[in-house]
Write a protein that binds this ligand. Sequence first.
Ligand SMILES: [Zn+2]
Length: 330
Amino acid sequence: MNVPRRALLGAGAALAAAPLWPSAAEAAAPFRNDLPPAWYRFRIGEFEATVISDGRLPLGEPGPAFPASPPAEITALMQSNFLPVNSANLEQNALIVNTGRHLVLFDTGMGDSMGPASQMFGPTTGRLLRNMRAAGIEPAQIDMVILTHAHCDHCWALVDAQGNRNFPNAQVALSETDLRYWTDPANKTGPAFMTAFIDGATKNLNAYRDRLVMVRDGAEVVPGIQAISAPGHTLGHTMYAVTSGNRTVVNTGDLAHHQVLLLRRPLWEFSFDTDPRMSAQTRARALERFAGERTQLLSYHFSWPGLGHVAKEQEGYAWIPTAMDLTALE
Ligand SMILES: [Zn+2]
């Protein structure tokens, strides 16, 4: 340290006689090795919105997650977007909307309700409740949990490991199609994850049996929040338009999982899709509409905090993140 500092100050500089800062500062500061709570607050018209992170969900090698895609093209897209070619990382951006009448949480993250299966994507998930409390919101205040679909990373934190409701005062809204599909043991076929997915959805949704709300395409779930059916990723997968005043943000759930691979190539298939072709068609149609209408989106798995727009680019779309305002609530 001393040599470059002397060199910077210049030989014979008067300042060199007296140290510029106390010698204690020369001791290396310990690394903190911790992170701030991950939440971000903004307004949608008169509504107050908060994005809460459930933590990163790493997919590992992107190839297996996008099985029908040419590996060289995956690599090229990752490289040109300055992303590691051998690990596709998804975020988990859960939206909370306070409409003034209702406090609505969209999706719950992975939680810890299913033991080791809750960490099937590693130890970085399951942070929603902690981050929510850090943002000043208690789980007991939530009066509605709206699910985009009934996959592990969206509904497994409805209950805790003992099966107790994490949101004791909430109703749970989802499509009837997803409720039926993901609680039907007859669907434990195909990929190995199906058994865990169905067991997990069943445990979590059963705890709210007497307070389920069935979401219908086009209908308002609560005033200002409208369901938009977007089937394919799951057969009952649903997006939600949140509208107040002249502002709308569409919570797109899992319409697209990766802001580069599935936006630049909307017709690529994703390994966790129930119906990959239907999912791709739904994605292509919705993205075209969102780009044309310049709709602001909140995407569950895109880079934190998942707010932005899609813009047409070549045969696909570019993701334009909304700049975070950390000084004011617009
Ligand atoms: Zn997901």
